[in-house]
Design a protein around this ligand. Structure first.
Ligand code: FAD
Ligand code: NAI
Length: 472
C-alpha cells in the first residue's frame, strides 16, 4: 500500500522525466512512488505531445506522398481518400499501448503508482488528492523529485477552446480538416502540426514574430532551407509579423496581424487558429509556497547543478525547470537526479542534446549554430554536403536538404552539426556521439559509411570541413 510507510523517493509527475526517474530509483533499490494526476502515465510527451504528433506526422506524410508523389515512382493508384477518424484511431492505439507499457514497467520494477494530484505540504510530506475523488492521503518521502512539466503558453486575447482556438492538444484531435488554419508561432509545434494539417488539405499560414522559422536554436541556413521546402509543399509564411488579436464569430476567426518593422496592418481569415508560441513551466497546485520554494521570472523552479532546490532533498527535472523542453533531456535528468540521490554524483552533457523537428524532410541538430559560434568569437571551418549529390537520396527521389558541419579551425573538433533531410532525426545520433566523444571532423571523414546510404552525405560534409568531399 503506497501510503503505508516512508518512501526513499517520491516523484511528482509521470512524464518522461518523472517516470524514468521512478524506474531508475526502483532499479537502484530505493523504495519509490510516482504520483500522476492525468490518469495515464507518460506525461505530455506520450499523451498529447511527442507520440500522438509523430503518429499523425507519419500517417499524414504517407497520405500526402500517395496523393502527390507516387506516379513518378511507377505506381498508379485509384482515388486516394482520407479517413481522419481511422488516422486518429491509429494515433490512439499507439498512445494507449505506450502509456500502458509504462504502467507495466512500474509493476515490473516495483514502483508504487499513485493516481492523484500531489501537493507538497511539508519538506518530507506530500498530500495526494486521488483522481477518483476518494479521501486524500499522505505520503512521506526522504527525497522528492518534482517533474510536473509544462503547459502551452496562452495568447492574450484569444481564449483557447481547443476547437477553433487551439493549442497542440487540440491540433492532435481535430475531427475535420480545416479549410484555413492560421498558426501563431513558427517554432517546432507550429511547423510540425502545421505540416500535418497542410498535408491533409488545409491552407496553412504561419505567422512568426522573428525573421526566421524553427524556434530558438535553429541554424539560419537550415531555417531558410526548411522554409523554402515547406513553402514548396504549400505552407505560407508571414515572418517578422506580430499577431495583434483576433475576432471570433460563429463562422470564422479573423486574425489581426501587423508587420513588426513596417507596422503594416492586415487580417487573415481562419477556421482554426493554432497558438504555438512556446510552453511554460507547470507548478499549479504543487504547493511550492508551503515550503518557500521559488520560481524565476519565467516560472521555472530554481535549482543548482545537482537539481537541488534550496531544500536539498527536493530535486527538480524536466520542463518545469531550466533548459530545453525536450523529452530526452528530461529523461537524462531523471537518471542523473537519482544517481545524485543514490551515489552522490550524476551527469548530463547539455552540449550534446539533439533537437529534431519531425517534418518532411526532418531537421536535426546538435551543438552550436554558426550564429552562436560567431557570437562566441570562435574561429570555425564549415563543411556542407547536399543530399542532391547523394546516391541513396537520388534513388529515393527525395533529395531535399543538406548536412552542415561546424568545426574548430585550429583543432578540427566538431562544434555543431545541422541536418535537413528525410532521416535527419536518426542520422543526428552519429553527430551526438561524435560530440560526446570529442571527435574531429576528420574522425568522421575517415570512418567508412555504407554505400549507398544517406549517411554518406554525413561523412562527405565532414570531409568538406577539413578538405574536399568526393561527390560535389
Ligand atoms: P511532462 O511530460 O509535462 O509530464 C509532467 C506530468 O506531471 C504530467 O503528466 C502532469 O499531469 C503531471 N503533474 C503535474 N502536476 C502534478 C501534480 N501536482 N501531481 C501529480 N501529477 C502532476 N519532446 C521531444 O523530445 N520530442 C518530441 O517529438 C516532442 N514533441 C512534442 C510535441 C508536442 C505537441 C508537445 C506539446 C511537446 C513535445 N515535446 C517533444 C516536448 C515533451 O513533451 C516534453 O519536453 C516532455 O514531456 C517533458 O517531460 P516532463 O517529464 O518534464 O513533463
Ligand atoms: P517554440 O519556442 O519552439 O517556438 C515558438 C515560436 O513562436 C518562436 O519562433 C517565437 O519567436 C514565436 N512567437 C512567440 N510569440 C509570438 C507572437 N506573439 N507572435 C508570433 N510568433 C511568436 O515553441 P513551440 O513551438 O510552442 O513548442 C514548445 C516546446 O515544445 C518547444 O520549445 C520544444 O521544446 C517542445 N517541442 C518539441 C518537439 C520536438 O522535439 N520535435 C515538438 C513539439 C514541441
Amino acid at each position: 500500500e503506497a501510503g503505508s510507510a516512508e518512501h526513499d523517493v517520491v516523484v511528482i509527475g509521470g512524464g518522461p522525466g518523472g517516470y524514468v526517474a521512478a524506474i531508475k530509483a526502483a532499479q537502484e533499490g530505493l523504495k519509490t512512488a510516482c504520483i500522476e494526476k492525468r490518469g495515464t502515465l507518460g506525461g505530455t510527451c506520450l499523451n498529447v505531445g511527442c507520440i500522438p504528433s509523430k503518429s499523425l506526422l507519419n500517417n499524414s506524410q504517407i497520405y500526402h506522398q500517395i496523393k502527390h508523389d507516387i506516379e513518378k515512382r511507377g505506381i498508379e493508384v485509384g482515388e486516394v481518400k482520407l479517413n481522419l477518424k481511422k488516422m486518429m484511431q491509429a494515433k490512439e492505439t499507439s498512445v494507449n499501448g505506450l502509456t500502458l507499457g509504462i504502467e507495466s514497467l512500474f509493476k515490473k520494477n516495483g514502483v508504487d503508482y499513485v493516481k492523484g494530484t500531489g501537493t507538497i505540504v511539508g519538506e518530507h510530506e506530500i498530500k495526494v488528492a486521488p483522481i477518483d475523488g476518494g479521501k486524500p492521503k499522505s505520503l512521506r518521502a526522504k527525497n522528492i523529485i518534482i517533474a510536473t512539466g509544462s503547459e502551452a503558453t496562452p495568447f492574450p486575447g484569444l481564449e483557447i477552446d481547443e476547437k477553433r482556438i487551439i493549442t497542440s492538444t487540440g491540433a492532435i484531435a481535430l475531427t475535420q480538416v480545416p479549410k484555413k488554419m492560421v498558426v501563431i508561432g513558427g517554432g517546432i509545434i507550429g511547423l510540425e502540426m502545421g505540416s500535418v494539417w497542410s498535408r491533409l488539405g488545409a491552407e496553412v499560414t504561419v505567422v512568426e514574430y522573428l525573421g526566421q522559422i524553427g524556434g530558438p536554436g535553429m541554424d539560419t541556413d537550415m531555417a531558410k532551407t526548411m522554409q523554402r521546402v515547406l513553402a514548396k509543399q504549400g505552407m505560407k509564411f508571414k515572418l517578422k509579423t506580430k499577431v495583434m488579436g483576433g475576432d471570433v464569430s460563429p463562422d470564422k476567426v479573423i486574425v489581426n496581424i501587423e508587420g513588426a518593422e513596417s507596422g503594416k496592418a492586415e487580417t487573415l481569415d481562419a477556421d482554426v487558429v493554432l497558438v504555438a508560441i512556446g510552453r511554460r513551466p507547470y507548478t499549479y497546485g504543487l504547493g511550492l509556497e508551503n515550503i518557500g520554494l521559488e520560481t524565476d521570472e519565467r516560472g521555472r523552479i530554481i535549482i543548482d547543478q545537482e537539481y537541488r532546490t534550496k531544500v536539498p532533498h527536493i530535486r527538480v527535472i524536466g520542463d518545469v525547470t531550466f533548459g530545453a523542453m525536450l523529452a530526452h533531456k528530461a529523461e537524462e535528468e531523471g537518471i542523473a537526479a537519482v544517481e545524485y540521490i543514490k551515489h552522490g554524483h550524476g551527469h548530463v552533457n547539455y552540449g550534446a542534446i539533439p533537437s529534431v523537428m519531425y517534418t518532411h524532410p526532418e531537421a536535426a541538430w546538435v551543438g552550436l549554430t554558426e550564429q552562436e559560434c560567431k557570437t562566441k568569437g570562435l574561429s570555425i571551418n564549415i563543411g556542407v554536403f547536399p543530399f542532391s549529390a547523394n546516391s541513396r537520396a537520388r534513388t529515393n527521389l527525395d533529395t531535399e536538404g543538406l548536412v552542415k558541419f561546424i568545426a574548430d579551425k585550429e583543432t578540427d573538433r566538431i562544434l555543431g552539426i545541422h541536418i535537413v533531410g528525410s532521416n535527419a532525426g536518426e542520422m543526428i545520433a552519429e553527430g551526438v556521439l561524435a560530440i560526446e566523444y570529442g571527435a574531429s571532423a576528420e574522425d568522421i571523414g575517415r570512418t567508412s559509411h555504407a554505400h549507398p546510404t544517406l549517411s554518406e552525405a554525413f561523412k562527405e560534409a565532414a570531409m568538406a570541413t577539413y578538405g574536399k568531399p568526393i561527390h560535389s
